[in-house]
Write a protein that binds this ligand. Sequence first.
Ligand SMILES: [Mn+2]
Length: 326
Amino acid sequence: MNKTSFASGATQAESTNSNPRAFDLIGDIHGQAGLLCELLAKLGYRECDGVWRHPNRTAIFVGDLIDRGPSIRETLAIVRGMVTAGAALAVLGNHEFDALRYHLDPVRHSHLRTQLAATHTQFANHDAEWQSCLEWFRTLPLALDLGVIRVVHACWNDAAVQGLRVLPNPIDDTALRLLNDPNSNQGRAAELLLNGMRLELPGDLFVMTYRGVPMNWMRAKWWIPTAGQFYDDLAFPELDVVPRKSVVLPKIDSSTPAGLFDGYPASAAPVFFGHYSLPRDATPQPLASNAACLDYSVWKGGPLVAYRWDGERELSADKFITSMAE
Ligand SMILES: [Mn+2]
């Protein structure tokens, strides 16, 4: 079994570009190849022999390439072509992981069929190509630590990243089953990196989703230390926790998973992620000096968002670049 590092950057970060401080981080695409081409062109990438490249920069995709949009095959062809050619890096998104586990056991994961519908429809007469894409998903790391920056689909957590380093690349079926087991350490780590931090809400608190459905858990701002915060100040995207301002999170104690609720240290390398489907009309900006989300709901008509990183430790709102549907 090939035990190359699964989640570290050192062995994953092989690109033909020798400039270690010129990365373009690109948010969740969800099958919007037109917006992707427009964004790449805006960033100065050009298509040459079928591969989009920049002469001295590397693109990094934060995952969620598939599902929902009209041109999923083309999106995968572009991104995969860039990664294979060394013009880009990519991490696994929860949608790619869901595709892998669905195909491992379609009966057990029949609830994922709706989510995968657009992808399956568009690959309906291209089965060999889809199988090949699934094999490629197995080669994508769950996290990239390049030293100067970090990239993950939803949430960076040191312990979770460390715990997944020993897994094989490509992910074999045994490793996939482990990642899919919610009771294994690897399963919990994968859930955290791919779907982010969830907080169960105490008592009769609930969150109202944008669909008007009340839920007793919420996605939370993992880059902020949670102790002493109100639940409604930690909801992300910002939703109303009902009733408002009623419960403060308890202090971290020995029963709290180590490192989970400590926030993302201000001294750590900038971290880039997607996943959170932020409001499409929001102005892209960093969430902290060293944390930026690049998902502004492209699947709901929002912009495709990139961050042009040139070595800065402190991220800046003027370095977000977007492409928008007409
Ligand atoms: Mn996602």
